[in-house]
Design a protein around this ligand. Structure first.
Ligand code: TXA
Ligand code: MG
Length: 314
């Protein structure tokens, strides 16, 4: 059993000792360790059961700290940092030698972000090393958006979870890099394409549907919940013992008690915040299959649909 507490000093003590712990961010909970300690980084991989080809995101307190681990920040990336840090945006930047190949899986770039959570920002300010932190779930499973989710899946493997409440955004960060001088999104996430383009102009979206070398972790089948998730198109659900996840409205052919809604008042932001907790709840529904209706492909709807498609890929 991991201890769940909002005591900052305990978190600092564990991290300084080279332990890995759960930390809150505005997107999802992270499994954090000292990015400058090979032992701590190895511990992250083994705790998550994560393959070594899937690189880690490094978390820092401020833009100044980014320059200590990246060799170059282009004017376009600089502009994004000014607009969106701290926030749910991760930058792919050429790494300095102080970032090990273990963290980047041998890639020349390191993924860096400044999380927008008061407790974790305070934590990052009080330590003199960055935190490597993937989402705090076993590899291939749904990301955690509460300390209880972390406890449920990794509680026997880690000593401590820093309690920062429920994650405000609920989707992992958007990942952005540059390819041939063009801003390119490698993972849809908590910062929408519309928000990005308002500041940066047109960006390329490279949200691969299968394994790809630039964002090796974006495997097609991911976020696997305990039941078979199926996307709703024209199937007839009448008289079928299946569950349903709706955005705002129940499906007319299924008993409401066997359904879950992402946002009763139709807010995409609320749907994002509820998504992963809802995917965990499908085990309480009757039937072996759960159908889900995709959201409109705008704003965070696009990232939500990306996660739903991965959850439905078998
Ligand atoms: O919101 C988030 O980003 C959360 C919180 C904890 O910060 N973290 C997170 O980490 O989602 P993780 O490890 O579950 O997903 C990070 C993904 C990797 O799977 C990989 O696709 C990509 O980021 N990534 C990391 N380092 C990279 C690199 N050097 N080059 C390309 N892609 C990289
Ligand atoms: Mg993850």
């Amino acid at each position: 059993m991991a201890k769940i507490s909002s005591e900052l000093q305990t978190a600092i003590d564990y991290l300084k000792r080279g332990d890995v712990i759960g930390i809150p961010t505005e997107t999802v909970y992270g499994l954090a360790g000292n990015a400058f300690s090979e032992d701590a980084v190895l511990k992250i991989f083994t705790t998550k059961n994560r393959p070594s080809f899937d690189p880690l995101i490094v978390h820092v307190a401020d833009v100044e700290s980014i320059n200590k681990i990246a060799t170059y920040v282009s004017p376009a990336m600089e502009k994004l940092m000014q607009a969106f840090s701290p926030g749910p945006l991760t930058y792919l930047l050429p790494k300095k030698a102080n970032i090990s190949d273990l963290i980047t899986s041998g890639l020349p770039n390191v993924a860096i972000r400044i999380p927008n959570h008061p407790l974790t920002l305070e934590l990052l300010q009080q330590i003199d090393f960055p935190l490597a932190a993937p989402s705090a779930n076993p590899f291939g499973y749904v990301s955690p958006t509460s300390p209880q989710h972390v406890e449920h899946q990794l509680g026997t493997k880690i000593p401590y979870i820093l309690d920062g409440g429920t994650c405000q955004i609920g989707l992992e960060s958007t990942i952005i890099g540059e390819q041939d001088g063009q801003l390119t999104v490698y993972r849809l996430g908590g910062l929408s394409i519309e928000q990005l383009e308002e500041v940066a102009g047109k960006v390329i979206v490279n949200d691969f549907s299968s394994s790809n070398p630039k964002a090796p972790g974006m495997l097609k089948s991911h976020y696997a919940p305990s039941k078979k998730i199926r996307l709703l198109d024209s199937q007839n659900l009448q008289d079928r013992n299946v569950g349903f996840i709706g955005f705002q409205q129940f499906h007319p052919d299924i008993p409401p008690e066997n359904q879950l809604l992402l946002s009763e008042n139709g807010s995409v932001e609320e749907a994002a915040k509820n998504l992963f907790a809802t995917l965990r709840e499908v085990e309480n529904l009757n039937g072996d299959e759960v159908f889900v209706r995709l959201l409109p492909e705008t704003g965070l709807g696009r990232a939500i649909n990306d996660r739903l498609r991965r959850a439905a890929a078998h």
